[in-house]
Design a protein around this ligand. Sequence first.
Ligand SMILES: NC(=O)c1ccc[n+]([C@@H]2O[C@H](COP(=O)([O-])OP(=O)(O)OC[C@H]3O[C@@H](n4cnc5c(N)ncnc54)[C@H](OP(=O)(O)O)[C@@H]3O)[C@@H](O)[C@H]2O)c1
Length: 255
Amino acid sequence: MNQTKQTVLITGGGSGIGLSIARKFMDDGNTVIITGRNLSKLEKVKVEFPLINIFQSDVTNEEDVKKLANQIQSAFGGIDILVNNAGIMNLIDAGNETNDLLKQFEEIEINLHAPIRMLHYFLPQLKKSKNAVLINVSSGLAYVTFSQAPVYSGTKAAVHFWTQAIRPQLKPHNIRVVELLPPVVDTKLAHDADLKDDNLKPMPTEKLADIFWKDYTKGKEEITPGLSKQLKLMSRLAPKFIFAQLNKQAIPTSI
Ligand SMILES: NC(=O)c1ccc[n+]([C@@H]2O[C@H](COP(=O)([O-])OP(=O)(O)OC[C@H]3O[C@@H](n4cnc5c(N)ncnc54)[C@H](OP(=O)(O)O)[C@@H]3O)[C@@H](O)[C@H]2O)c1
């Protein structure tokens, strides 16, 4: 498995988990491209890591993604590795009729439709690569749903099943499919959600990236750092118990 000198595209790579993974790929001598909606955030990352390549691109915007694919084809001759990392999490009470419906649909757009869109437009480039990898970042919540974030949980479970379904389909095209299912990680997403379960101690991004890199370079297909490994096991051994543990507080208190 050739790991260096690859061109790696990471959506939402300007912060959090995406940036920590970007650093691993850069340290290993690969060309790394990161995207996001907020250009000034990407520019700050570029100041810290001059070798990184930045593109302002919204994963929910069809034209942005098509343009990105064309620009990357011209500038880099295509990508070898696509990391579908961009994501958001909203805490929602489905029992509240004043909920913002569009906000919930936006969450589905970013977390679920976008990885499918990204694969669609980057498939020709991945097919041309000799070392193609698709890495989808879902969540440990794909194993056990989290009531406080119902749409989020639904999108992550869908990404998990989509990833499993496409793995054998992409195999004949020599595209390896990897899924990273993080536990609670110390990022803006986790802070913004202001999760009230204090038992969930966020994992530092560096530790998450270390575990990802160790398992990724070993050739693992499903990477389950920290608590995610336990969620996977418990979802099989004692699904009702683990559901109850995770959902003692079903309605978010912070909205
Ligand atoms: N942190 C956790 O506890 C945790 C646990 C399990 C799974 N995850 C997953 O890990 C992934 C990364 O999240 P994170 O925790 O690292 O949070 P984060 O620091 O908030 O990073 C999310 C990134 O996604 C980008 N993004 C959001 N919407 C986008 C869009 N429409 N187009 C392009 N980029 C977009 C954001 O940049 P802009 O705002 O500039 O667009 C941001 O850089 C997500 O898929 C998340 O669901 C996180």
